[in-house]
Design a protein around this ligand. Structure first.
Ligand code: MN
Length: 720
């Protein structure tokens, strides 16, 4: 029998195009009537949308979605997946299609169709081996719902079946992508039947000559095997019956692509592989598996070192079976797999087996639950290994906490979720990070703080002499970027820290009515050395960074006659804040102080002075450390730059409320940073705006403009 086509015959559904009536009768077998009707409606919408379109094969376009749905129907996938398969190419054609699909078939189907369309937009650009693994992960990362992948796999399967109609270059590209991306994904999800078909079709398209030679050899070998196999099968069947082990014995075919890979990987000649016979035993229980193993080891001698127990230690995709190789009649090797019916189903359908339509209690199960169910079933059977480690490895693939993005050269970078353009720049190279001034996502200029999404292409614009911006530390998430920015800023901060430290000590001394100038230089050096510093500068720097407290340092500097002086009762002169202190003075992100409102500062180790509003509700929890508090006040003319602050606005839920409030804020010449919306109840949402304002008056204008809007119920500042 010819291999490629026999494989296809063996597959449920076969190769030829199926009509809608065939599809519906496949569905009637396992879906309730109303879901079959939905599928028919989806078919009608798709037929209308693709009217007049032809495939490269010359067939009507609608034959393609029907075939894709047919492949999924053979896996008994649920109604929404079937509808999505029928509609999967519709969004491409009409921009309004998604809304229509949601309206007519529900959000579930709409999201699935949208997900498949998004996947189609990401193309595998580089054929480098290392890239393939990242690309597979990217595909999984883009997909929130595993059913999207299943539709995509079925779509690819049908496209591969009809690949012959494509021009050669395109054929090769698609075949390569299939072998490197989609077949491994099918394997990862354990959908064996699709994996095998994708591999054989891909192999055939990419290496037609090698395929033909192997195919011819395999056919010849099968001719020989035909004489022996039935005898071997019935011999084993009889032995099982004699020992009262229930179950069936079947011969199984080896597949061209796996043979080809084995030859390449292990460098063994073709003859050594194809002259091996494949046998499978399917029995009722796990116990029967081991008993069957004992029985057949009694019939033919096992080959030493070839036994593998994938029941006790399953493969990572959940595959379970016992594997053994026997010396068959006249020394011909027999490769034997032993498994239960359940294991057989999982081996053929993998994760798809968990998505099969089931009646009753299963109906309300969410897609995440399905995926978790699959994972936990993998966990349970994974007792042999380290479960946590295993679970992590699978979970990361299915629920990724990473984003995958392209460089302009098509290389893929993997970054933690939430990474920004600056993280990307540092990941490319620390020099790129240090010099970055702007970024483009998918060729459009974006702010450097923009968060990256899966599948985007990111380009960093650098400039000679550019330096890292202290504000980046507020949004970068990767350790590499953070460490590099900090290291750079540390060198830049020294002079600022020394300056601030000197001012803090000066302020502390003013409590004793002593100007810093009046302290003898020798006294200063001695005090610094007593505290373990080589120079006075170093001492001031540590004070400026908050590592040392100014009042304690001041006491060391006091001339002898002051040493026994009581702690002054008059409060210190407030330290003036100009807004240009740099990184040693920062503004608390709980209460977001802005110029000319009452403030107080907290000395924070390593961060220097952190300014809070006197109204900040966090202040109470720090009352226990009075020595770390520092009176501060705004300098008369704070440098004109913007300060970040936050407003919380309660609005009535209406279409356009958010846009209206944002527009009102923008009209006051105010930039909006982040916006987040939380729905409080049916009627109200809380919108939090991060704003850039110059001072208190500016903010008051914003509040006034927003408060008078009809849809606004209340407005307040974030205060910790
Ligand atoms: Mn398609």
């Amino acid at each position: 029998m010819p291999s490629a086509s026999s494989l296809l015959n063996f597959l449920p559904g076969g190769r030829g195009s199926i009509g809608i009536s065939q599809l519906l009768s496949k569905l009637e077998v396992y879906l309730p009537p109303e879901q079959v009707t939905r599928a028919q409606e989806a078919y009608e919408l798709a037929r209308e949308a693709h009217k007049g379109q032809k495939r490269m094969t010359g067939e009507e376009y609608i034959t393609h979605p029907v075939a894709v749905a047919g492949i999924l129907a053979d896996l008994h996938l649920d109604g929404p997946t079937i509808c999505a398969a029928l509609l999967h190419d519709v969004i491409e054609d009409t921009p309004t299609a998604k809304d229509e699909i949601v309206e007519r078939f529900g959000r579930d189907v709409g999201e699935l169709v949208d997900g498949v369309s998004k996947l189609d937009k990401v193309q595998f650009k580089s054929s480098k081996e290392a890239q393939a693994e990242s690309f597979r992960k990217m595909i999984l990362a883009i997909t929130r719902d595993i059913r999207v992948i299943m539709v995509k796999l079925a779509d690819r399967t049908h496209n591969m079946r009809t690949l012959g109609a494509m021009p050669p270059a395109k054929r090769r590209r698609i075949a390569l992508e299939t072998l490197e991306i989609y077949a491994p994904i099918a394997n990862r999800l354990g959908i064996h039947s699709i994996k095998l078909e994708l591999e054989d079709l891909g192999f055939h398209a990419l290496y037609p000559l090698r395929h033909r030679v192997l195919d011819r050899e395999l056919r010849r070998a099968r001719g020989n095997q035909k004489k022996f196999l039935p005898k071997i099968v019935s011999g084993l069947q009889n032995a099982l019956q004699r020992d009262k082990v229930p179950g069936r014995v079947e011969s199984r075919e080896k597949h061209l692509y796996s043979i080809y890979q084995k030859m390449r990987r292990k460098r063994i000649p073709l003859g050594a592989i194809i002259d091996v016979y494949g046998i499978r035993l399917v029995v009722p229980t796990v116990d029967d598996c081991y008993r069957a193993l004992g029985v057949i080891h009694g019939v033919y001698k096992p080959m030493p070192g070839r036994f593998k127990d994938y029941i006790a230690i399953p493969r990572v995709n959940g595959y379970q079976s016992l594997h053994t190789t026997l010396f068959g009649p006249s020394g011909v090797p027999l490769d034997v797999q032993i498994r239960t019916e359940d294991m057989h189903l999982i081996a053929e359908r993998g994760i798809a087996a968990h998505w099969q339509y089931k009646t009753g209690e299963d109906a309300g199960t969410s897609q995440h639950d399905h995926a978790r169910e699959w994972l936990s079933s993998l966990m349970q059977i994974q007792e042999g290994g380290s479960p946590e480690e295993f679970y992590e490895s699978v979970k990361i693939d299915l629920f990724p906490d990473k984003v995958y993005v392209f460089t302009p050269q098509g290389d893929i970078l993997r970054l933690p979720t939430g990474s920004t353009c600056v993280d990307f720049a540092y990941a490319v190279h620390s020099e790129v990070g240090r010099r970055c001034v702007a970024a483009k996502i998918d060729r459009r200029l974006v702010p450097l703080r923009s968060e990256l999404r899966n599948g985007q292409t990111v380009e960093i614009v650098t400039a000679k002499g550019a330096t890292p911006n202290p504000a980046w530390t507020n949004f970068v998430v990767t350790a590499k970027a953070r460490a590099a920015i900090r290291a750079y800023l540390k060198t830049m901060n020294l002079s600022e820290a020394i300056d601030l430290g000197r001012r803090l000590v000066e302020q502390a001394l003013s409590d004793f009515k002593l100007p810093l100038k009046s302290i003898e230089a020798e006294q200063m050096v001695a005090a610094a050395q007593e505290l373990g510093f080589a120079t006075v500068e170093e001492l001031f720097e540590q004070v400026g960074l908050g590592e040392r407290l100014a009042p304690l340092v001041a006491r060391r500097l006091l001339p002898p006659e002051f040493v026994d002086a009581p702690r002054p009762v008059t409060p210190s002169t407030p330290l003036a804040i100009s807004g240009t202190e740099g990184l040693v003075v920062s503004y608390a992100r709980c209460c977001f102080p802005i110029p000319y409102e009452p403030i107080i500062a907290f000395l924070s180790i390593g961060r220097g002075v952190v300014v809070h509003r006197t109204h900040c509700s966090n202040l109470e929890s720090w009352h226990k450390q009075p020595e770390k508090w520092l009176p501060v006040q705004w300098q008369q003319n704070v440098d004109k730059h913007t300060f970040t602050t936050e407003l919380k606005v309660l609005v009535q839920n209406r279409t356009g409320s958010l846009a209206a409030v944002a527009a009102a804020i923008a009209a006051t010449q105010t930039n909006i940073g982040r916006v987040s919306v939380v729905e409080l109840d049916e009627g109200t949402s809380a919108i939090t705006f991060e704003l850039k304002v110059v001072d208190r008056t500016h903010l008051a204008n914003v509040i006034k403009a927003v408060r008078k809007m009809a849809e606004v119920e209340s407005i307040e500042r974030s205060s910790g």
